[in-house]
Design a protein around this ligand. Sequence first.
Ligand code: ZN
Length: 494
Amino acid sequence: MTVTYEEALQKYEPVFGLETHVELGTTTKMFCGCPTTFGAEPNSHVCPVCLGLPGSLPVTNRVAIEYTIKIGLALNCSIASWCRFARKNYFYPDMPKNFQISQYDEPLCVDGYLDVLVGGKTVRVGIERVHLEEDTGKSLHIGGATGRIQGADYSLVDYNRAGIPLVEIVTRPVPGTGFLAPEVARAYVTQLRDLLRSLGVSDVRMEEGSLRCDVNTSLSPYGSDVWGTRTETKNVNSLRSVERAVRSEISRQAEVLDSGGRVIQETRHFHEDTGTTTSGRSKEEAQDYRYFPEPDLVPVAPPRDWVESIAASLPELPAARRARLMSAWSLSELEFEALQNAGALDVVEATVAAGASPADARKWWLGELARRANDAGIDVSELPITPADVARISELVAAGSLNDRLARQVIEGVLDEEGTPDEVVAARGLAVVSDDSALLSAIDEAIAANPDVVARIRDGKVQAAGVLVGAVMKATRGKADAARVRDLIMERLS
Ligand SMILES: [Zn+2]
């Protein structure tokens, strides 16, 4: 028996939670001076500390503490006045010390929230904790078909990532979102990513692994006061996958429960290709890790005045920005959300700053440019066109030198790296025909060729003029200003 997503949600209430790992954009690692740049020759950014050699001693990176406090403040958390690092003991080949320096019962930031906008409504997602730890290295499994350890001939380990500062942001369980659970989960990660980007603490590139999510999902029958057993889907590495992982776990767990089975608390792996999860290992309990306070590091006790100065230095946060832009651009919540979900807020704001009207800037970035970005499978902000280019194109349209059709060709030229909008207009000869005498001869031809249409217009059916406008646009290969053509036609026939 297969349970559909809709059937599952008629019987069960989904509850999800997210653990998000963010690699901080510090120039050096968490406890040593090794550089953190991505993509270097394997094992070239290592030293005795991050390789865990005997006798080496870690020293805490002050900037990493500052960035974590920034994140905590932006998520409305309380900042601990005193906390410690803890050793999390487990063996894994990509972790050279055989323990990870993390935080356990004394995290740096606790008890905050993020207000997430979904479908025009605000959902408050509680933040349980934000703590600081170090990243592991990376294992590469060679010889298998899937890149996984199963079927591989051998594995290689790259320790460049070992010791990069990693912040873990843990939500409280989020109940009560029903059918919207997958969308809310995705919107949370999207808006958290935007927040982190605005703070300048991480490059938040999911494709390079600097933002990674684990998604917890559980189901309980409606009316039950006990939450169901949760599973943890690991390393869900795109926004779309966050949504799909929640959706797929809801369907899978409903099927288990409906057939009288029991959901097992376990780690599951998400598969991009099928959009489903498969069983991993049974979930460890905290006691399995033998946590104890890290003896090689002094406690962290950020002075109040330092925390206050960090709070004062925070940039405009997304909620404030949302209020400001919705008012300045007269947007509804849904219109704002569309911009946000398209990842177009920054570029639209920059385009407006470069002189375009908010309506024009939104039109181009959410229309033609969003379509092209989607075709290319990239973010709209990654297109090789600048907000200044888009502002210039809007200006040319507003001045009547380009119509929308020609403007789209200018965009195409800029994206093909033919130059600035003005260079593309010159090189491709894309200016609107504004010379009335050239237009008039085309208009006269259209009038002569369509006597029946002319008769209807003279009869008062002015909408019939569209046929003549179309004929003139065709004759000028779309280079005429349609409004001007219509005026000239009406003048001619009056
Ligand atoms: Zn190092």
